[in-house]
Design a protein around this ligand. Structure first.
Ligand code: 6PG
Length: 256
């Protein structure tokens, strides 16, 4: 249906499902299909969105027919995996990106949108987001039905960057960080590894030849999350699906 190659990759930690698809449109369609399936499985359906550019096509797909009209938006609760500490209308805001590509075009109740208040600055925004998570999940540890993630060419995911203390965080669900990556805002808030690894399903969306070496190292190289934070993602009872295009998957695909 997508012209995909299904590859089961045995990493050092777990077995993950890897779909190597022709292009961004194909991985966005595959992700939208999983989103639709999960949205009809869980009520409420809790999702943490990824930032960056890769998921924008997915969000656009979800905001138009057929997906828009088949998703039970009233039971979808949207959070974010990370946010930049900029105003919500700033071009660097992950919230703004999701609003303009999806949330402003679907019938989701405003009360179902749980924004990270990045404008408060890393520490205060992380505190506020922790309260927001506690208000929703109560005393139980936040366990999302779906977390969408991207991966940088340096192996970061969410806003967990190489060498970061976040990798050792075990108590807090969200923390403020500072990190340099390309020309993007450095001050951020991120979900922590224990929250990501409590998810039922994690979907990585990765495209581009510039990430091929890193993807190969993450999935087939030695376990060293300090250098490759995406390796920290191995949900205890959850499922990890990597949706990658032919360019990003060209090295991993060779080995299987
Ligand atoms: C962010 C994201 C970040 C992103 C990767 C990949 O706030 O930027 O959460 O983790 O997913 O940097 O970004 P691209 O999809 O733009 O390559």
């Amino acid at each position: 249906m997508y012209g995909w190659r299904v590859v089961r990759v045995e990493t050092r930690i777990q077995s993950v499902e890897l779909l190597i698809l022709p292009d961004l449109d194909a991985i966005s369609k595959a992700a939208a299909d999983r989103f639709l399936e999960l949205a009809h499985t869980f009520d409420p359906f809790t999702i943490a969105l990824s930032g960056g550019s890769t998921p924008r096509r997915l969000y656009e797909a979800l905001s138009i027919p057929p997906f828009r009209d088949h998703i039970p938006w009233h039971q979808v609760h949207v959070f974010w995996g990370d946010e930049r500490c900029v105003p919500q209308d700033d071009p660097g805001s992950n919230y703004r990106s999701a609003r303009e590509t999806m949330l402003d075009h679907v019938p989701i109740p405003e009360s179902n949108i749980h924004r990270i208040q990045g404008e408060l600055g890393p520490h205060a925004a992380a505190e506020a987001y922790t309260r927001e998570l506690r208000d929703f999940f109560g005393t139980r540890w936040p366990a999302f039905d779906l977390i969408l993630l991207g991966m940088g060419s340096d192996g970061h995911t969410a806003s967990i960057f190489p060498g970061s203390d976040t990798l050792q965080e075990t108590e807090k669900p969200a923390i403020g960080v500072t990190a340099q990556y390309q020309d993007r805002p450095a001050r951020r808030v991120t979900l922590t590894p224990p929250v990501i690894n409590a998810a039922r399903t994690v979907i990585f969306l990765v495209t581009g030849i510039g990430k091929a070496e890193t993807l190969h190292a993450v999935l087939k190289g030695p376990y060293r999350p300090h250098a490759l934070p995406a390796q920290i993602v191995h949900p205890d009872d959850g499922h990890v699906l990597w949706l990658v295009d032919e360019d990003a998957g060209c090295k991993v695909g060779q080995l299987t």
